[in-house]
Design a protein around this ligand. Structure first.
Ligand SMILES: Cc1cc2nc3c(=O)[nH]c(=O)nc-3n(C[C@H](O)[C@H](O)[C@H](O)COP(=O)(O)O)c2cc1C
Length: 210
């Protein structure tokens, strides 16, 4: 048996990102669940924001914002910045958070987030309850503790947060990696490993990634 409901935004899990906006002097944070990558080359993303949000005006005005990835330690901040408005309260000061200067934008970054994307809006599309902001990702700002000795990004070290149907979660166990469905198993191995001498052309190559 299955049930059919009327259309609603059920997509889950999503990243409940902390979007920082405004200026270094008057920074603000808004929690955004309606966020997505829309192009890899050039790197672009979208965020959807209701026009009544205080952050909406700030982003329209400057055309800049940063998408800060949330961690388990930021759970309370993620929720609080999603229920309080910067119109009434300085969220950075109230939560003891710190604004960090970006390299490509004048909007602030959130120092407590280990990974942030600095974005500049190139289009705003009114869609209904929300306006969609399409933005170029101009720079990525990473805490060096997320990089291993070879400089490879180890995002699993961040303890990222997910949001699904009104609840916050940490990520569970890794259960696969890109291309694992087509990688050949070596005899005696229980989990598939890449062939020696690098990966062959196929779905494991970056051009096949989303
Ligand atoms: C988990 C979560 C996700 C949210 N996602 C969005 C969103 O995608 N777009 C939006 O306009 N508001 C979203 N909100 C609500 C805003 O974050 C909230 O209204 C906030 O207080 C606005 O802050 P501001 O007035 O300082 O801009 C979300 C709230 C939570 C808790």
């Amino acid at each position: 048996m299955r049930e059919v409901w009327k259309g609603s935004p059920l997509l889950a899990p999503v990243a409940p990102v902390l979007v920082s906006c405004g200026s270094m002097e008057r920074p603000n944070l808004i929690t955004v669940g309606w966020v997505g990558i829309v192009s890899t080359q050039p790197p672009r993303l979208s965020i959807s924001i209701r026009p009544e949000r205080y952050s909406y005006g700030l982003i329209c005005e400057s055309g800049e914002f940063a998408v800060n990835l949330p961690t388990r330690a930021l759970t309370r901040a993620v929720d609080w910045c999603g229920v309080k408005s910067g119109r009434e309260v300085d969220k950075f000061a109230a939560l003891g958070l710190h604004a960090l200067e970006g390299s490509a934008i004048s909007a602030p970054l959130l120092a407590e987030s280990p990974a942030a994307m600095e974005c500049r809006v190139f289009e705003r599309i009114p869609l209904g309850s929300h306006d969609l902001f399409l933005a170029d990702i101009l720079a990525v700002n990473l805490e060096s503790s997320l990089l291993d000795e070879k400089g490879k990004l180890r995002l699993e070290r961040a303890g990222l947060l997910a949001y699904a149907h009104g609840e916050y979660y940490t990520l569970g166990k890794r259960v696969g990696s890109f291309g694992c469905s087509v990688r050949k198993r070596r005899p005696g191995r229980t989990s598939p490993k890449a062939p020696a001498g690098g990966r062959k052309k196929g779905p494991g190559n970056s051009r096949n990634r989303p």
